[in-house]
Design a protein around this ligand. Sequence first.
Ligand code: NDP
Length: 328
Amino acid sequence: MTYLADDKRYDTMKYRRLGKSGLLLPAISLGLWHNFGDVDNYINMKNMVTKAFDLGITHFDLANNYGPNPGSAEKNFGRILKEELMPYRDELIISSKAGYTMWPGPYGDHGSKKYLVSSLDQSLNRLGLDYVDIFYHHRPDPDTNLEESLMTLDLMVRQGKALYVGLSNYNAEQTAKAVEIFKELRTPFVIHQPRYNMFDRWVEDGLLDVLEDAGAGSIAFVPLAQGVLTNKYLKGIPEDSRANNPTAALKVKDITEEKLEKVRKLNELAAERGQSLAQMSIVWVLRDRVTSALIGASKVEQIVENVKALDHMEFTAEELKRIEEILK
Ligand code: NDP
């Protein structure tokens, strides 16, 4: 049966302005790094994407290399678009990236014009789109002149293959340099995508200030520390969890007793707030200047639970203090 989006999809989601740009993003966005590859169940991914959209998640984040195999997440999302979501294309913000290894040889990685141009063309082909809404350089390339990478992003906008551009994994200093170049070129640099969660807070040491000065916004990736900042690992390693998946990035050895001790205490605090820990972890990253929390999911129910986080976004000073003490 043809998918019809829920009429109420815009009733509860919160939309937040990306810096000083014209673009609004949902407070929660869905990333397709895991669970959307060749090895995953297509019906499950289609259900997750359509449910997300029904809940007002208008932004879906991809990259050339998401899979496995690399490219397959874009291919699968392209199929979902073709089968279900294309009538809603103008309601969607679709992003992709290039910067990590994608194909063999000297032109399939990093930040050269040769790589970035070819990669975006490949992504558009897999997605079945004429343009992406946001195109990112996925990581800084120390061996390519910054101007070359950034002028290529600018070119993509001029060619109409991307509406806006972003940077990911650039530190505060690299971002500040990039902002100067983008200003000169008048490139619509509107977003940075950094890792940010309660266990990894590097963005607080300068990056958020640089972005604020530049009038750009941010989207925090791995807000749940790949699932560790939920209650799922408190009683061991569940069979259907990312840590138990050999193709996934999270390893059992990463879930240390020291982390679990903190997770236990955070879980208690979340319960006192009337939230699950997943929900509290999401609203925590949104408490100061971050525009959107970029979650992943393996099941529809996780998306439903996570979106409910927005029912209770405020923290008392006392709660924030307790979180700081737990994380010490
Ligand atoms: P999260 O930290 O949100 O982890 C998502 C995982 O947590 C899910 O796959 C699921 O794992 C578990 N989970 C989610 N909700 C719940 C819940 N309510 N209860 C229990 N467990 C839950 O993010 P990801 O690591 O998935 O990354 C999100 C996105 O960030 C990526 O898809 C990608 O778009 C982006 N990203 C960007 C990077 C970059 O360099 N720019 C790098 C990495 C990610 P399980 O399978 O165990 O159920």
